[in-house]
Design a protein. Structure first.
Lengths: 205, 623
């Protein structure tokens, strides 16, 4: 076991402990923090690793923690854990540099896939950027109007503003979303948004 | 039968006859020597003639008989001789002739008398009729009535005509009737034309300016009737004229008062509609025009039910009839929250207050309407009605609560899932089981499952909020109130709402507030589902399924639902809406099942979705 390091930040103990067990069994070395502040306090002495961050927390919430990390210039690829119906917050987190997101509750496989992606960025940046370029290519297969919709979503637009801007009805919007999801072969629209953001990063790189 | 000479008694007349025969006998005896034999009866003829002419038939016959006896007495010797027989027969023949003649004379005299009397009566009648007609014409105070000859000259002129026009009859008679017309260049032609038209049309009535003798003019109502004899001869015209100036002044005063009233009413912020007892709109205020999107012309004269959605639309006439026949007040003088329907078919909640007025035997109802569409205003109004307030606050509290609970529920589920997967993976790999780890995992999983269960229980408790407070409720009234609440803020969505109530499907035994929550939830869902549909029609219907069970359906014309959604529709957290918690329908199911009913969704006829749930009637056993 490589003992790759994962830092878990969640305000609830049962979550922290259960995730530690799950990841320990998988061979990760796990360190727990009960709040964003306790992580930030300790951040300078941390070995390189991945952050699993809860977005809904009392005190500093996930977005604020992400902001603080990028402000310090620390490299800490992050997977965010989100609740149901938190799409706007999720998009905001991805735009802040989060590599992947996990809607609670999640399966072991989903957690491992998200962590793999994050470790790729940490350990093999070249391959990670290759993945981003793949994402950009995948997006090229989308129809222009679907691409426009996805860009709007990735830019943090809400359904209402997008529907108004692209003059789509709620039903058309819904159909377009499911069309994008199936075309890109992802599980949900959030993943598609992640791809779009990755593609954007690929262009910048 | 009376004799020409008035003899008062019958006996008197007969005595007179006897006397005349006696006189004739006397004369005969006195002049007998001059006459010679064979002429015994000559003198008696006179007495018979006298009796027949003046005393009548009876006395004449008596005189004849007496004369025969006297004649026989005068010549007793020749009784039975042929000469004597001839004399007697001749005498009798003469007497008979006299009698017949006298009878004829009397008859003629009687007929002549009858004719004279008739003529007298006729003359009297004619005199009375003529007098009455004169009185009628003179007595018609405000009506100038006069005759006009076929050539247009004035013939007869009554006193009212004199008063109205200022002409005396001696001045006007013989002049052309155009002298009474307004002093225009073509007045003569107009007057002649009027007469011609009256003749052709069998009469003419019109309003026109007339001129008095002094030249002043007045607006008059003129009626011209042609007089045509039975033979077809044209005899002239009757003209009846009266001054309508005062009438117009009264009309104008009325109009002015009405304008004044309207200007006051225009400042009333509520929309105002006046209807008669048949429901026909008499007045529709400017505010009502703005509120309903109809102009006054489009509404006045039509039934007010056009401003209501079903079922009020179909039933308003019977509401009115019931009120008029029973006097039972459901809305008059009370005021209620009901739905209105605009010209574009959309509906809106409104507060309706109705007042009743009776004038000139006409009963009218005046409705004042406040638009409750503006939510803030609506909520302010709701503060007046406690039960509705509870409704809204509970609805919004439920939303917040549901959202919080859903997030809370994710936490134990995440822990359970992570523990479960970890242990499962360990066993799968065949690791040496670490007892301590396993113990922790299973203990925690159980604890987190219990925690999740308690969250769900809290949610159910919140929804049910202790005991279900059931009572017997009128289902249409319950649905109408829920409808008014659900329609808040749907103004610009252009949804038309129809209610169909089966008269048998009421009352129901339910917790009013809870069932209204279900209805508001289903109606709001339906309205949201139709946001992008070309046709936006929400139908709510009730029906009696069996004697103890009532079915309520809420159908939309939206796009319908995906098949995979249909199965888990009523499970918690299965939402088709991006912002939805997926709790609305599961709460609906909890409530309906607590009432002993069932809820299901199916495809509506002609597309869209229809939600159907059942309720129990009072008296039926509820599980």
């Amino acid at each position: 076991m490589s003992g790759r390091r994962v830092y878990i930040v969640d305000d609830e103990e049962p979550i922290r402990r259960s995730l530690r067990l799950l990841l320990t069994v998988e061979g990760y070395a796990v360190t727990l923090f009960d709040s964003g502040d306790s992580l930030l306090d300790a951040i300078d002495g941390l070995v390189p690793g991945i952050l699993m961050l809860d977005l809904r927390m009392p005190g500093k919430d996930g977005l604020e923690v992400l902001h603080a990390i990028s402000a310090r210039g620390t490299v800490l690829p992050t997977v965010v854990m989100t609740g149901h119906g938190d799409l706007p917050v999720t998009v905001a987190a991805l735009r802040q540099g989060a590599v992947a997101f996990l809607p609670k509750p999640f399966t072991r496989a989903a957690a491992i896939a998200a962590l793999d992606k994050a470790f790729l960025k940490l350990e093999q940046p070249e391959q990670y950027h290759g993945r981003l370029r793949d994402a950009a290519r995948a997006l090229e297969g989308l129809a222009a109007e679907d691409r426009r919709l996805l860009d709007h979503l990735a830019a943090g637009g809400t359904s209402e503003t997008i529907a108004a801007e692209l003059s789509l009805g709620p039903d058309e919007l819904e159909t377009a979303r499911s069309r994008i999801v199936s075309k890109l072969g992802v599980a949900q629209i959030g993943d598609a948004i992640g791809l779009a953001l990755e593609a954007g990063l690929a262009r910048e790189a | 039968m009376r004799s020409p000479i008035e003899i008062s008694t019958v006996l008197g007349r007969y005595l007179l006859a006897v006397a005349s025969v006696a006189a004739a006998l006397g004369i005969r005896l006195a002049i007998g020597p001059l006459l010679g034999s064979g002429s015994e009866f000559i003198v008696f003829v006179l007495s018979v003639l006298f009796s027949a002419l003046f005393l009548g038939r009876g006395p004449a016959i008596l005189a004849t008989a007496l004369s025969l006896v006297a004649g026989a007495a005068l010549a007793p010797g020749n009784f039975g001789t042929p000469a004597r027989l001839a004399q007697d027969t001749l005498f009798l023949g003469v007497c008979l002739g006299i009698l017949v003649l006298a009878q004829r004379v009397a008859h003629r005299a009687r007929i002549a008398e009858l004719h004279r009397q008739q003529a007298q009566e006729e003359a009297l009648k004619a005199q009375i009729a003529s007098e009455e007609l004169r009185l009628l014409l003179e007595g018609a105070h405000h009506y100038a009535i006069f005759f006009v000859a076929p050539d247009g000259t004035v013939r007869h002129w009554n006193r009212s005509a004199e008063r109205l026009f200022g002409w005396t009859d001696s001045e006007i008679l013989g002049r052309h009737c155009s002298a009474l017309y307004s002093d225009d260049p073509g007045s003569h032609e107009t007057a002649v034309q009027d007469l011609t038209r009256a003749l052709q049309g069998g009469g003419l009535s019109r309003e026109l300016w007339q001129r008095r003798k002094d030249g002043s003019e007045f607006l008059a109502s003129v009626t011209i009737t042609p007089l045509v004899a039975q033979s077809g001869d044209q005899r002239g015209f009757v003209k009846i004229i009266y001054d309508t100036t005062d009438e117009h002044a009264a009309e104008q005063a009325l109009e002015k008062r009405e304008r004044h009233l309207n200007s006051i009413l225009a400042t009333v912020p509520d929309a105002m509609i006046v209807i008669d007892e048949k429901g026909v709109v008499l007045s529709f205020s400017a505010t009502a025009e703005r509120l309903f999107g109809y102009s006054e012309d489009q509404v006045v004269g039509r039934n007010v039910s056009m401003l209501m959605p079903s079922p009020d639309r179909e039933q308003h006439d019977s509401y009115l009839e019931r009120y008029l026949s029973t006097g039972e007040r459901r809305i008059v003088g009370i005021g209620r929250i009901v739905s209105g329907q605009r010209a574009d078919g959309s509906t809106f909640p409104m507060k309706l207050s109705v007042g009743e007025t009776v004038s000139d035997d006409q009963r009218m109802f005046t409705g004042f309407i406040q638009d409750l569409t503006e939510r803030r205003e609506f909520e302010a109004k709701l503060e007046e009605a406690r039960s509705e307030l509870i409704h809204v606050s509970r609805l919004s509290a439920m939303g917040t609560m549901a959202s919080t609970l859903a997030h809370e529920l994710n936490q134990p589920l995440t822990a359970i899932s992570a523990y479960g997967e970890a242990v499962g993976h360990m066993l799968e790999r065949g690791d040496e089981p670490d007892k301590e780890l396993l113990h922790e995992a299973f203990t925690e999983m159980a604890a987190q499952a219990v925690r999740a269960g308690s969250i769900v229980r809290r949610l159910r408790q919140f929804v049910a909020r202790g005991e279900v407070a059931k009572s017997i409720e009128d289902l249409p009234a319950l649905i109408n109130e829920a409808g008014a609440l659900a329609l808040v803020g749907t103004k610009e969505k252009g949804v038309s709402v129809q209610f169909f109530y089966s008269p048998e499907a009421t009352p129901v035994f339910v917790d009013r507030v809870q069932i209204q929550q279900v209805l508001v939830n289903l109606m709001r869902n339906a309205i949201e589902a139709m946001e992008s549909s070309p046709v936006r029609k929400l139908s709510v219907a009730t029906a009696l399924l069996d004697p103890g069970t009532v079915q309520v359906s809420v159908a939309d014309t939206g796009a319908g639902m995906a098949p995979e959604m249909k199965e888990k529709l009523f499970e918690a957290f299965a939402s088709t809406k991006e912002t939805g918690m997926g709790l609305g329908l599961s709460i609906c199911r909890t409530i309906i099942e607590a009432h002993g009913g069932r809820i299901a969704a199916r495809e509506a006829q002609g597309g869209g979705t229809e939600f159907v749930f059942t309720l129990k009637k009072p008296g039926s056993d509820v599980a």
